[in-house]
Design a protein around this ligand. Structure first.
Ligand code: SF4
Length: 212
């Protein structure tokens, strides 16, 4: 084997260990429910993501940069007790604020819709467990040529936690049903497709089946 290929292969394995060392528990997670496209969540569970070496490096960076603890008294990587069969681990809960860290190469002007939904879902669960949650924040970590941090936060004044809990339970049942029958949910095509790792499965799986 060519030396370059040999080192490439070993580097890939080493980075996979960084990523897989953080392997999350089985079952449905808040992050599976944050998107409006449950089909994406379905593929995430049933297909292996085909990352190349660069993609694996990005994943490993993402994992490592999440590691810092916000404050000594923050509940860092708070893994709450399974809520109605849903798992979740906010990066930090500190002074009543639920915080998630997101790596990106393009910091948005405001909290992205699905990032916001994910934090609202964590908050709704923590609220049900008796936490007094006053707001949420995303620490966007720009991994571009000039790394920087940009914090975006929002209050929860007008958020109805009951609605959010109901949405989570509905989405969980739908996703579980599709996983059980082995058929992906309907597509929900939108801008999110541009960032989806499963486009080729989503749009070409049916074609492949028909061609068999
Ligand atoms: S490509 Fe779009 S519609 Fe298909 S799974 Fe991804 S986000 Fe959903």
């Amino acid at each position: 084997m060519d030396i370059n290929d040999m080192i490439d292969e070993q580097t890939y394995k080493a980075l996979s260990n960084v990523v897989e060392g953080e392997e999350r528990t089985d079952g449905i997670h808040v992050s599976d429910l944050k998107s409006n496209c449950l089909r994406k969540s379905y593929y995430h569970k049933v297909k292996e993501s085909q990352y190349d070496l660069d993609g694996m490096l990005k994943m490993a960076f993402g994992k490592l940069v999440h590691k810092f603890e916000l404050a000594p008294n923050s509940e860092h990587e708070k893994s709450f007790e399974e809520w109605n069969g849903i798992h979740g681990t906010p990066d930090d809960v500190w002074n009543g604020v639920v915080i998630d860290k997101k790596t990106t190469r393009n910091v948005p002007n405001k909290v992205r819709v699905h990032d916001r939904r994910q934090l609202e879902m964590y908050s709704a669960i923590l609220d049900d467990y008796g936490y007094d949650i006053i707001g949420c924040a995303v620490i966007y970590i720009d991994m571009g040529r000039n790394p920087k941090i940009d914090v975006k936060s929002f209050p929860l004044d007008n958020v109805d936690f009951d609605d959010i809990r109901e949405e989570m339970l509905d989405k969980k049942s739908t996703l579980e049903m599709h996983l059980e029958i082995g058929e992906p949910p309907e597509r929900n095509v939108g801008w999110i497709c541009n960032y989806c790792n499963f486009t080729k499965f989503c749009f070409f799986d049916d074609v492949e089946e028909d061609d068999k």
